[in-house]
Design a protein around this ligand. Structure first.
Ligand SMILES: Cc1cc2nc3c(=O)[nH]c(=O)nc-3n(C[C@H](O)[C@H](O)[C@H](O)COP(=O)(O)O)c2cc1C
Length: 345
């Protein structure tokens, strides 16, 4: 396992980091699409003690591939790469070409390698997803993510796509288009949005929040979600930063620089909201000990995307091994007991 990790690290630093950003992205996605990595047992670790429940849905483990990929072939492959659930790219009503290049750059931060993107919801739109999603095998649960410009659009998306997902994620937090990001600035209308999407499906709903609006999240947005029957909070999306290399001059930062805030938020939300919330902790996970720390702090499950790019597909297996070691060391029977033993519901 360590060898696979070292090999990936050498390839990432020696090849991907030397290529121009757009070429590295295309090559990475082409490899993920064409190599049948999902059939190699190397990347997975099955053990009933690792399973957790999110919104009443049983996940074989608490690791979730965060929203980024819209290609069904990549989503299908990701389902065999050790994750306990896989999230789709946020789908919009009509196809979106995304922002012009450069729309993704790599950054070396004090805490390690990250990304800044202004992807702008590049995705083929609802109709393409509606045809593609039924073909996905659900080797692990699928989370369908949606992003809209109006309440009506969210409702149309949720009604159309929820039947193909095990859970539905309502993205109100991507910083790269005004349409989604602005929801956090108008809590009055957000209440109506939550009410409408809740009425649109019986599937468990996740509200994906922005780390840029911590105060509003705690004070207004999370209580609104709870009032309307949305109990799962994903914290969270990328952090908005200035980046002159990008076509939009700003973008969303992802990777380890986000981790301290993710951890603080999980601790705070658990303390403030107790067991009313299920918390999906996302932002900066790129090592096994970070997942362990988040679960102990009260996270129900943990999501990542940038760690898959910078640490490779072996990361999930490395994390799961460490979780099992901890379960054994602590003499508990399930992962949930680990969280409860810390007093974190
Ligand atoms: C290129 C790129 C595209 C993304 N697209 C979406 C998206 O469509 N919807 C969404 O909710 N989050 C999107 N995200 C955010 C990730 O799902 C995740 O929340 C964020 O990157 C923080 O986690 P990480 O540090 O593990 O990457 C995107 C991130 C990146 C880097």
């Amino acid at each position: 396992m360590r060898a696979a990790s070292l090999i990936y690290s050498a390839i990432y630093r020696g090849l991907f980091c030397r290529l121009p950003d757009p070429m590295a992205v295309s090559l990475g996605q082409a490899l993920l699409r064409s190599l049948p990595l999902d059939w190699l047992p190397l990347f997975r670790l099955k053990d009933p003690r690792l399973s957790v429940t999110l919104g009443g849905v049983r996940l074989p483990n608490p690791l979730i591939l965060s929203s980024m990929y819209y290609d069904p072939t990549i989503l299908r492959r990701a389902m065999g790469l050790g994750f306990g659930a896989v999230t789709t790219k946020s789908t919009t009503l009509t196809p979106r070409p995304g922002h012009p290049e450069p729309n993704l750059v790599r950054v070396e931060t004090a805490r390690g390698p990250g990304l800044i993107n202004c992807n702008g919801f590049k995705n083929p739109g609802l109709e393409v997803y509606r045809r593609a999603l039924p073909t996905l095998p659900h080797r692990v649960p699928l989370i369908v993510s949606v992003g809209g410009e109006s309440i009506e659009e969210y409702v149309t998306l949720v009604e159309a796509l929820a039947p193909f997902g095990d859970l539905v994620e309502v993205n109100i937090s991507s910083p790269n288009t005004a349409l989604v990001y602005q929801w956090s600035q108008k809590p009055e209308e957000l209440g109506s949005l939550f009410k409408a999407v809740r009425a649109a499906t019986d599937k468990p709903l996740i509200a994906k929040l922005s780390p840029d609006f911590s105060e509003a999240n705690d004070r207004a947005i999370i209580p609104l979600a709870l009032d309307h029957g949305i109990r799962i909070i994903n914290h969270g999306n990328t952090r908005r930063v200035t980046e002159p290399r990008l076509s939009q001059g700003t973008g969303g930062l992802s990777g380890p620089e986000l981790f301290p805030q993710t951890l603080d938020t999980v601790r705070r939300l658990r303390w403030r909201f107790g067991d009313q919330l299920e918390i999906l902790a996302t932002g900066g996970i790129d090592a096994p000990d970070k997942v362990l720390t988040l679960l102990r702090a009260g996270a129900t499950a943990c999501g990542y995307f940038t760690g898959l790019v910078t640490r490779g597909p072996i990361l999930a297996r490395l994390i799961l091994e460490q979780l099992l070691q901890e379960i054994t060391r602590r003499g508990v029977t399930r992962l949930d007991d680990l969280r409860r033993s810390e007093g974190n519901f």
